[in-house]
Write a protein that binds this ligand. Sequence first.
Ligand SMILES: [Zn+2]
Length: 322
Amino acid sequence: MYLYIMSRPHSGSTILDILLGSSDSVASCGEIIMGMERGMETWTCSCGEILADCPVWKTVRQRIVEDPGTDWDELVEASVRQGHKTHLPSTFLASPSGTGERDRFHQRLRDGTMKLADAIRSVTGRKVVLDSSKLPSRGLFALKFLPDARLIHIVRDPRNVLASHYWRFHIGDTYLAQRRPWRGPLAPLAFVEAALMWFFGNLLFEIIGRIDPKRVVHIRYEDLRDDPASVIRRLSRELGLDFEDVIERIDRGETFDTGHMMGGNPVRTEGKVAFDPGKEKARERPAFLSWIAIGVCWPLMLRYGYSLRSDRRAGNGAKKTA
Ligand SMILES: [Zn+2]
């Protein structure tokens, strides 16, 4: 199975990836597209090695290079290109059986991606490849072109997503919706933009999911935070995979190894990660973030069951332990 996580940024995809990746049947790869884009020679795997030196990714690349039917550089270039949002219309229109240029590009990417997944399975000895690239375009591709793909759409209350942006913004980290620095009196507009991105991004995930609803599971980050075992059990049931080992680890309060995640949130490079719901409740976000989030996102917030009057506590949920 090719398991793909799609979400907006700051919505819990990394911690979900780390939890599922602790299963003996799952090879957690992190954000594959990000890792490919940053480059094998320069980007660091979550194990601490440069990708080109990591025992997993070095061997996976070697397998692709040795396969006469595939070309590593071409696969990377096509994967990154297809993952970009401007490629969405092309992927929507492409056909798995067509003969046009657009169809052939996607079919070739499908063949290369299936060989990549086979190499990952054979190198790690795990049957499920987990890719948390999050990107809608990649999710659409997986659903249309990879017959064994299943998607998890994880959503988080936009008030908490904006708060997550806000706290990073506050400490001088200017990572926001379009990775632009926002300063001065217009700064709140950045949060309006982030709220719009949340709304249209999740709307897009809903539309993609309609293509084959049986292969897509929608979950909320808050449910994962408050009762991870129940959410993991539901995923286990709906995906037809056995995650009892993950639930046992959660029940024992174990920390989670970040393994060989190619790309993703910086938390992946922090060795062992624990769930820390307590931290989540420690900070109170400014009221204006809630007004922006509700003003822009309310139709989907209602759909996902978020009360428009809930409290103002929020946070991240993952912490470094080693
Ligand atoms: Zn590694």
